[in-house]
Design a protein around this ligand. Structure first.
Ligand SMILES: CCCC(=O)SCCNC(=O)CCNC(=O)[C@H](O)C(C)(C)COP(=O)(O)OP(=O)(O)OC[C@H]1O[C@@H](n2cnc3c(N)ncnc32)[C@H](O)[C@@H]1OP(=O)(O)O
Length: 345
């Protein structure tokens, strides 16, 4: 999906498109490109759909408040930082959407151990936008190219963007992108082979799950760089492993191997033996399939209600859960099961 340069419009559109609704209204407009990105979900609104829309907008509004971490009114000029980042090219972030409903996002800059150049940060944001408009999606594997995950920011770009103001803008850009990545209505897993360092470690926390291959390491090296995480990684890490473990991992710049990953809850699984890349990927994909089997609307709804529970205050989360529930009750998947004699043995 091309960037329209206005975060809040695009994100609201993303939410509505995710919910299967496209419309024009005061204050926001769906562009033809965005409509074509979600073309299969464009529909003429019947009375029932308007009812659904009203409920969905309530849910969307709640999430929207959280989704745009730094709205334009906060002084964050996304276009300005995008321009600056594009001045540091190299590598790519590649996306393959598979028919299975599982997409693969590859951080691809092997000559620099998959470090994020400026243009890769911009590409990551664009890929997340494409995933937001993918209605068939159920799962996502995030991996690094050539057998290692990601060594964080490209140090050449870091040196060049050394003013605190520009550093903070880059950090806001990445926080927005990684928050949107984590909020995708897909079950996501970081496949960690080799090293996930600095911003690479932060990227792993923007997935729902982390799978580590034997010999791999997740390390928040920020302290050694005279930094703290800035891409939202500290905030998410506390949620994943708790503040005690986060203090240890950040304060000691611990090399978290698969064993420690499992002990602390940072890793959700360890892959078996063979270091062959294809094999690790297949293992991760198989692991994810346990959660992505079933109709896309149901899988996506599960992620949405968990996301609401994680991010919203109790009453708002309960309302969000009700709204998402309403999109499934009496729907095709529900009716199909009710028509058969179901036993959960
Ligand atoms: C808020 C975000 C904070 C951040 O992410 S700050 C960045 C944190 N990351 C780092 O400091 C990683 C620094 N790199 C390393 O420690 C090591 O290169 C690493 C990843 C352990 C790999 O070590 P080795 O296996 O010995 O390989 P190597 O050092 O020869 O690296 C191969 C080539 O990759 C390059 N590289 C690795 N990490 C990079 C980075 N982050 N930015 C730019 N270039 C990077 C490295 O310079 C080397 O290039 P060359 O072959 O010398 O041209």
């Amino acid at each position: 999906m091309p960037s329209c340069g206005c975060h809040s419009k695009m994100q609201l559109t993303g939410i509505l498109v995710n919910l299967g609704i496209c419309f024009r209204g005061k204050g926001f407009m769906v562009t033809p490109q965005q409509i074509s990105a979600g073309a299969d979900s464009v529909m003429v609104l019947s009375a029932a759909k308007w009812h659904l829309l009203r409920r969905s907008v309530t849910w969307g509004r709640i999430l929207l408040r959280h989704e745009s971490i730094y709205p334009p009114s906060s002084g964050f000029e996304e276009e300005e930082i995008r321009e600056k980042l594009l001045a540091f090219p190299g590598g790519s972030v590649d996306l393959v959407k598979q028919d299975s409903g599982i997409a693969v996002l590859t951080v691809n800059n092997p000559s620099r151990m998959n470090a994020f150049s400026g243009s890769m940060m911009v590409e990551l944001e664009e890929r997340v936008g494409q995933l937001e408009g993918w209605m068939e999606g159920k799962g996502l594997v995030v991996q690094g190219a050539a057998g290692t995950f990601c060594s964080g920011s490209d140090l050449n770009a870091v040196r060049a963007i050394s003013s605190p103001q520009d550093g903070v803008k880059m950090c806001m850009f990445m926080q927005n992108t990684l928050t949107r990545l984590l909020r995708l209505p897909l079950f996501s897993v970081a496949l960690v082979e080799g090293r996930a360092l600095g911003g690479g470690a932060e990227l792993t926390t923007a997935c729902d799950f982390r799978l580590m291959s034997p010999g791999s390491v997740i390390q928040f090296v920020h302290k050694h760089m005279g930094l703290v995480p800035g891409w939202g990684g500290a905030t998410r890490l506390v949620g994943i492993v708790g503040s005690q473990n986060a203090l240890r991992m950040l304060g000691g710049s611990l090399k978290v191997d698969p064993e420690m990953g499992l002990q602390t809850g940072l890793a959700d699984g360890v892959l078996e033996g063979s270091p062959a890349e294809a094999c690790a990927f297949l293992q991760a994909e198989r692991w994810l399939t346990c959660y992505t089997q079933g109709p896309a609307p149901v899988i996506r709804a599960i992620k949405k209600v968990v996301m609401s529970g994680r991010e919203l205050p109790l009453e708002a989360s309960l309302r969000a859960e009700r709204d998402v529930f309403g999109t499934l009750w009496g729907g095709p998947a529900n009716l199909q099961v009710l028509a058969s004699k179901t036993k959960h043995k």
